[in-house]
Design a protein around this ligand. Structure first.
Ligand code: COA
Length: 166
């Protein structure tokens, strides 16, 4: 019987991470800012940068990555107190069991002490994602019209924040 485990990705996970990242971008282009067409051209260095710029957490079923999310810290001096959550995805066959919430909690738990608040964006109408973020304590602070453009079609995004109380 398989058991799902969550852990942070490291350099050895690069090919598995590449695979699931391309899957999410191909199947849900409106949910992410980066595109499948750009990402599929990238080499390992691109994915290693993502793995090491902040952190990415994944759920594994045996050795297969079945869900991810990650965070990075804003780089500029006066914005270094802000973390950004990105890349939330659960493979279709593993949805409906709260895996995205577990990953989100794991990412927030591992934020550095320098993080005082964490932000994210969710496309309008993505109820499963928004509900997960709300359950984890995120609140909507604004709506960005035409935030995402896929094949000429625009999508609005809700911006959400969670203050970490420190
Ligand atoms: C968003 C996503 C990660 C959620 O996966 P998941 O962890 O399996 O989520 P669940 O199916 O357990 O749903 C999460 C919650 O949303 C609720 N939900 C699901 N669909 C819903 C809908 N249409 N309306 C309202 N609530 C909904 C569920 O009931 C659940 O609530 P609960 O925890 O109180 O039971 C997954 O659907 C996915 O990968 N989607 C495609 C990529 C994507 O949109 N990523 C998000 C980028 S911001």
């Amino acid at each position: 019987m398989s058991k799902i485990k969550i852990r942070q990705l490291n350099d050895d996970d690069v090919s598995g991470y590449r695979y699931i990242r391309l899957e999410m971008l191909k199947n849900h282009p409106e949910a992410y800012a980066d595109s499948y067409n750009n990402t599929r051209k990238q080499n390992d260095d691109f994915f290693l940068y993502r793995i090491n710029n902040g952190a990415i957490f994944a759920a594994f079923d045996n050795n297969e990555i079945i869900a991810t999310t990650g965070f990075f810290m804003q780089p500029h001096d006066n914005a270094k107190h802000k973390a950004m959550i990105w890349g939330l995805y659960v493979k279709p066959e593993y949805r409906g069991q709260g895996l995205s919430y577990d990953l989100l909690v794991e990412a927030i738990k591992n934020l550095p002490d320098t993080a005082k608040l964490v932000q994210l964006c969710v496309v309008e109408g993505n109820e499963a994602a928004q509900s997960t973020y709300e359950k984890a304590g995120f609140k909507i602070w604004g709506i960005e019209e035409r935030a995402i453009c896929v094949d000429g079609r625009y999508y609005d995004e809700k911006h959400m924040v969670k203050f970490l109380g420190r």
